[in-house]
Design a protein around this ligand. Structure first.
Ligand SMILES: *[C@@H]1O[C@H](CO)[C@@H](O)[C@H](O)[C@H]1NC(C)=O
Ligand SMILES: *[C@@H]1O[C@H](CO)[C@@H](O)[C@H](O)[C@H]1NC(C)=O
Ligand SMILES: [Ca+2]
Ligand SMILES: [Ca+2]
Ligand SMILES: [Ca+2]
Length: 384
């Protein structure tokens, strides 16, 4: 007997039995051994391939199970697969150390396909009544089951029968990947002479899938210095330079970066009055981001001395672009530039580091009337 079985098994390896495949695409159904509830015939190879729509899984459970027992189910068996993955092999009527029966277990397919293969060999020593199983399509709860960061929703997940969708917190937009949440952050222009810029949500992790552009635009004559905080955390890679997220800085014709990792770039003297900071993030990772303070210095003008018999305000050890100086003379004196006379005279430090004019002299006042009428006559001539 045993020998014949071995020969038959060997023969089947060379000339496998013809397997009959039954395709099932319904949302539920029943699978039974042939002749059920009568005993099943010998030499059967049957396979049920169940396919349900995407977004569903298949639940399979047994109401009756009685298949010829054999060591490791070598003779008759029922196997359950999903794609190429073997989920279970059953035979017998009760669990033993080496054989298993489905009992009350529920098999859930990992995807939307499930195959059940039933085989009986050439002999049935006794009568075995076979099996009856039921299957049904059940919704995949992607919100509960998708723990893989690359597939799960970034902010909120909404499950429904046959699918799911993602949504974002207030202030964020769903990226075209329908999964991650980005921010709109390309319109920020800074025109103050100093300020602070941070990644969105700092010091909480920065948004994914975003391209943020921050521009600092000051008048010509100013030079911008950036200083990054020590708290700096941008996703990086041990071997490749900033493949995921990075900061790049453009200042005039100079470029700084890309920067990523946990080492702060520190202080950057850009030497320019306009700076663009691009911050790119990809669709994964939780990193804290960055913060920088920017300051600007204007071109410096040479120190000025007050004229004899006069004084200037404010008195400073150094003057930079945009600084103004007001000159006045002591009583009885007035400012004279060429043949013009002034009570006050203002000069300004210009973007190129030069004063807008020379310091006039303080001269003793002469006949006030003559000099005072002169400019108004000139003005009238120009206007007429
Ligand atoms: C039935 O399903 C199995 C396992 O999923 C697969 O290998 C086989 O190709 C399918 N057969 C047919 C005819 O689709
Ligand atoms: C995102 O959803 C839209 C609308 O439902 C769809 O047209 C588009 O193909 C989806 N994109 C991706 C990448 O899944
Ligand atoms: Ca048998
Ligand atoms: Ca679902
Ligand atoms: Ca990232």
């Amino acid at each position: 007997m045993e020998l014949t079985r071995v020969i038959v098994i060997l023969a089947q390896c060379v000339w496998p039995l013809w397997t009959q495949v039954i395709h099932l695409t319904d949302m539920y159904g029943t699978i039974k051994s042939p002749n059920f509830p009568e005993s099943y015939p010998k030499e059967i190879e049957l396979q049920w391939n169940i396919t349900v729509p995407e977004g569903y899984q298949i639940r399979l459970y047994f109401m009756h199970f009685d298949i010829e027992p054999s060591y490791l189910c070598e003779y008759d068996y029922l196997k359950v697969y999903s794609d190429t993955e073997e989920l279970a092999v059953f035979c017998g009527k009760e669990n033993t150390d080496t054989e298993q029966v489905p009992a009350n277990d529920i098999i859930v397919s990992p995807r939307n396909v499930l195959s059940v293969a039933f085989r009986s060999d050439f002999s049935n020593e006794e009568r075995y009544s076979g099996f009856e199983a039921h299957f049904s399509a059940v919704d995949v709860d992607e919100c509960r089951d998708r723990n893989d960061e690359d597939l799960a929703c970034d902010h909120f997940c909404h499950n429904y029968i046959s699918g799911f969708y993602c949504s974002c917190r207030y202030g964020f937009l769903l990226h075209s990947d329908n999964r991650t949440c980005k921010v709109e952050c390309s319109e920020s222009v800074y025109t103050e002479r100093s300020g602070e810029i941070t990644s969105a949500d700092f010091p909480k992790p920065y948004p994914k899938s975003s391209d943020c552009m921050y521009r600092i635009e000051l008048e010509e004559g100013f030079q911008i210095t950036l200083e990054f905080d020590d708290t700096f955390d941008i996703e990086d890679h041990p071997e490749v330079t900033c493949p995921y997220d990075f900061i790049k800085i453009n200042a005039g014709d100079k470029e700084f970066g890309p920067f990523c990792g946990e080492q702060s770039p520190g202080k950057i003297q850009t030497g320019s009055n306009t700076v663009s900071i691009l911050f790119h993030s990809d669709n994964s990772g939780d990193n804290l981001g960055w913060k920088l303070t920017y300051t600007s210095t204007g071109s410096e003008c040479s120190p000025l001395a007050a004229p004899l018999n006069g004084h200037l305000e404010p008195l400073q050890s150094n003057y930079v672009f945009k600084d103004h100086i007001m000159l006045t003379c002591d009583p009885g004196y007035s400012l004279r530039q060429g043949d013009k006379e002034f009570e006050h005279y203002q000069i300004e430090c210009q973007r190129d580091g030069k004063w807008s004019s020379d310091v006039p002299l303080c001269k003793k006042k002469e006949s006030q009337r003559r000099h005072r009428s002169l400019p108004s006559i000139l003005t009238n001539q120009i206007l007429s």
